[in-house]
Design a binder for this molecule. Structure first.
Ligand code: SAM
Length: 262
């Protein structure tokens, strides 16, 4: 299949590859049954993504924790709306298979969404939204009302802080209850991105978002490398034991509004 992915869109190939590696392993952590096939159908340079294989546990543990949070949210709220921002070619909606009462929106740039539509079948109560998440208007065209679950996996570090802030304020204005989950980079890790020519968004204090909007409340903050048992790589087992490395990336979960049950 012809690749139309450019710039930041190409980062989705790495997370897809990590889930394909996981699916091939003896004891999968995420168990993405689609990743291998989808990756094989997208044009890419195999040696380039293979060079990132050593980082796979970051992507795999992140995806697994977000799957677990999503499952829990949907079990408690079978009428939820899910905004899966920067969805890439992730099969999350297929592997979690929520009931048709859940409205699921996969949001990414138009080129990515076009590929998604070629690679994945249509699914009831599931829509794709071809847009930049920072563009005006797209969110306001979706049905509003809670309880929402906003998932932004591997996305916010590529955005500018004022855009993230505005996006979260728009979400909070549309959905009175729900949750927002995403991952972040510590300042030192984001700074290393600059050595490679990337500008990455750092977050030192997750409580800062509570000051952006009084409707956002931090519920959980865990290192992206959250489990040592799942780590078969000696390098990652070592990283887990070194606080500065373990704390380089975080998974955050916020509650929206005043409901205590999310
Ligand atoms: C690292 S990939 C993660 C993809 C997917 N969440 C996963 O975990 O496999 C980052 C994704 O964010 C998307 N992205 C980056 N900036 C975006 C923006 N402003 N609006 C929509 N999508 C964006 C990219 O196109 C890409 O699909």
């Amino acid at each position: 299949m012809k690749a139309r992915l450019t710039g930041v869109e190409r980062t989705l190939l790495y997370t897809l590859y990590f889930r394909a590696l996981d699916a091939r392993s003896a004891h999968p952590i995420v168990g993405d049954a689609w990743a291998e096939d989808v990756l094989a159908r997208v044009e890419h340079t195999p040696w380039k993504i293979r060079m990132a294989a050593g980082d796979r546990f970051l992507g795999i543990l992140r995806a697994r924790k977000i799957d677990d949070w999503t499952r829990a949210h949907l079990a408690a709220h079978p009428d939820a709306t899910v905004l899966h921002l920067g969805c890439g070619l992730d099969s999350r909606v297929f592997r979690l298979d929520p009931p048709p009462t859940v409205r699921w929106y996969d949001v990414d740039y138009p080129d990515v969404i076009e590929l998604r539509r070629e690679l994945y079948p249509e699914r009831v109560s599931t829509e794709t939204v071809p847009t930049s998440v920072t563009a005006p208007g797209w969110l306001e065209r979706l049905p509003s009302g809670g309880p929402v679950l906003v998932v932004a996996e591997g996305l916010f570090m590529y955005l500018r802080e004022p855009d993230i802030r505005r996006l979260l304020q728009r979400v909070a204005a549309r959905y009175p209850t729900g949750q927002v989950v995403f991952d972040t980079l510590s300042p030192w890790l984001a700074a290393t991105g600059r050595l490679f020519g990337f500008t990455l968004w750092p977050l030192a204090d997750p409580r800062r978002l509570e000051r952006w909007d009084a409707r956002l409340h931090l519920v959980e903050e865990i290192p992206t490398i959250w489990s040592v048992e799942h780590l078969t790589s000696p390098l990652f087992r070592l990283a887990y034991r070194i606080p500065a490395l373990r704390e380089g990336m975080h998974l955050l979960r916020y509650r929206l509004g005043t409901t205590a049950d999310v």
